[in-house]
Write a protein that binds this ligand. Structure first.
Ligand code: FAD
Ligand code: SF4
Length: 508
């Protein structure tokens, strides 16, 4: 039986069982660059370039190990989509079976399966062993639970792996250190931020950058600063740099933001993890070793482990459990279009200008910028969740649907009605004022709700509470926020409504 192993752009895992089982004398690997994958959403140039460069490096590695790789490069074939390219491959040299590691996107799995079926070739999906846990682990944890909360999943995961455990107890006696992990930079700004790892383009990457400029010249973003890790060796070096220099401050400042400091103490490892250049086990072991050797405080290491073995694994489990329905949920009935400034950064609101500007320049923003600046504004402004989802999937280097969609539609936009988050993440401009220095250089006043100079976040925050009064006012988790609304007089509420209407009508 001649096997054709399909390797997608986010499956660049040298340890994948699928590859280990291939017979180089008989079987082949199939990889394809297709315009449709860059255009399914209007992808940032950096996101496309990262995929192309990492795929081409992986192709060269496979060839160096003696594998036959059928590589369909952009511009060297006429096919627009994965389906059409795979169909062309199957017609040209039909295999006995197609094997693929479980794709990261529901749509892609359906497309590959349909193509194989139409061409009459047996199709096998192999589990993705890059992750810490398989579908069974999530399934048995989820079975019989009313609410699928991350914190419960995370504790089960800690017990199952023994990471940061002392026997049956969590290291340090606590499961989480949130109270130590929400520091701000105060008036004076961050402690010295280490110079980030940077991987200047080599010849393969330069070719990939050129291909992007040739085939996708109108796509958003800039390639001028492209310096992402594109090989496992580079990803390991980025991990080592993070653990040595940033991890000690990671926990304390993970929610803080500062103008001109895009990376702060974050790892910038998500893209390398999502393309499978480096396994999550390695990131966790390196962080845990730093704690055990006294090189990083427990609160920081726990905060990092929580992201990798908690959030990252949990959102993947939820994604496969709820797709494809999740895509269409919109329980808050949000129907506004995405403001055009999300694609340009051209707005007077300093927090949005900084976050979107940095996103277009670097295809990166850290979690709180995504959740509590761009995500929060879209939620408060009642933007259609699907449009928000398509933006997030397009503009970040690390964007792949299994992780982006739950974070956007679930955690950030509450479009799933609380499947993922127990309440909507809403706040006024005062939250951004506390966690950053953005408001200092903004024409608006974070504490002001109406009138000249009112902060749009603050106006829209109160308008959101008012709009969704019936849904949330009676729920124990949200009652406190909504109780504050009851304290406003009828004329104050009227003023907020008209200020919000005026604002939303003039968003551009
Ligand atoms: P760090 O802050 O250094 O965190 C370490 C690692 O933990 C990350 O590399 C990532 O792998 C993991 N992680 C952290 N937070 C989360 C989370 N909430 N869910 C899953 N994993 C997490 N992450 C993506 O990888 N791809 C996406 O497309 C994506 N879209 C998002 C959209 C929205 C609206 C929001 C609110 C978050 C999104 N995230 C996404 C999660 C998170 O913002 C990014 O993983 C993180 O900012 C990446 O930067 P970093 O590598 O420096 O992370
Ligand atoms: Fe953002 Fe409002 Fe602060 Fe301006 S005042 S930076 S709009 S939160």
């Amino acid at each position: 039986r001649r096997v054709l192993a399909v390797v997608l752009g986010d499956q660049l895992d040298r340890e994948a069982p699928l590859l280990k089982k291939l017979d180089p004398a008989r079987d082949a690997v199939w990889m394809a660059e297709v315009p449709g994958e860059a255009e399914a959403v209007w992808s940032h140039k950096v996101r496309i370039a990262l995929f192309l460069s990492a795929m081409r490096h992986f192709r060269d590695d496979l060839a160096a190990w003696g594998m036959t790789v059928h590589y369909w490069a952009l511009g060297e074939h006429p096919h627009p989509s994965l389906q059409a390219t795979l169909a062309a491959e199957l017609s040209a040299s039909p295999p006995s079976v197609i094997r693929v590691t479980q794709p990261g996107e529901h749509r892609v799995l359906q497309a590959l399966r349909a193509t194989a079926s139409a061409m009459g070739v047996p199709f096998e999906v192999w589990p993705d062993q890059h992750f810490l846990f398989g579908d069974d682990f999530f399934g048995s944890w989820a079975t019989g639970r009313k609410a699928l909360r991350m914190e419960h999943f995370y504790r089960t995961a800690r017990r199952a792996t023994g990471v940061l455990m002392e026997g049956d107890e969590p290291a340090g006696g606590h499961w989480n250190f949130d109270t130590e992990n929400r520091k701000t930079f105060g008036r004076h700004g961050p402690p010295p931020v280490p110079t980030p790892s940077s991987f200047p383009p080599d010849a393969v990457t330069r070719q990939a950058l050129k291909a992007v400029e040739t085939h996708f010249p109108d796509h958003p973003g800039s390639l001028a600063r492209f310096d992402w890790p594109v090989t496992p060796t580079q990803a390991r070096s980025a991990l080592a740099e993070f653990v040595a220099h940033r991890l000690p401050h990671f926990g304390a400042y993970q929610d803080a933001m500062w103008t001109g400091e895009p990376y702060l103490f974050h790892s910038r490892l998500s893209a390398a993890l999502n393309l499978k250049l480096i396994p999550p086990r390695e990131a966790l072991s390196a962080a845990e070793a730093a704690y055990r050797n006294g090189l990083a405080p427990l609160a920081s290491v726990e905060g990092f482990a929580r992201q990798i073995m908690g959030w990252r694994e949990y959102v993947r489990g939820l994604y496969w459990r709820n797709m494809p329905d999740w895509l269409d949920w919109n329980v808050l009935g949000a129907e506004a279009p995405l403001p055009a400034f999300y694609w340009t950064g051209d707005t007077a609101m300093a927090c949005l200008q900084a976050t979107i500007g940095q996103t277009l320049e670097r295809a990166y923003a850290h979690h709180i910028q995504r959740l509590m600046v761009t995500g929060l504004f879209a939620l408060l402004a009642g933007v259609q969740p699907r449009a928000v989802h398509e933006w997030y999937l397009a503009v970040y280097a690390d964007a792949v649907e299994w992780v982006e969609l739950p974070n956007t539609l679930g955690m950030s936009q509450y479009a799933d009605g609380g499947l993922m988050a127990s309440k909507p993440y809403v706040a006024s401009g005062r939250y951004i004022q506390r966690m950053s220095n953005y408001c200092r250089n903004c024409p608006f006043e974070p504490g002001q709700t109406t009138g000249e100079g009112a902060c749009p976040f603050t106006t829209l925050y109160w308008a959101f509470l008012d709009r969704h009064r019936e849904r949330f006012a009676g729920q124990p988790r949200t009652a406190l926020q909504w109780r504050n609304l009851q304290r406003l007089s009828a004329s104050e509420v009227r003023a907020i409504r008209s200020e919000a209407d005026r604002l939303l009508a003039n968003l551009e």
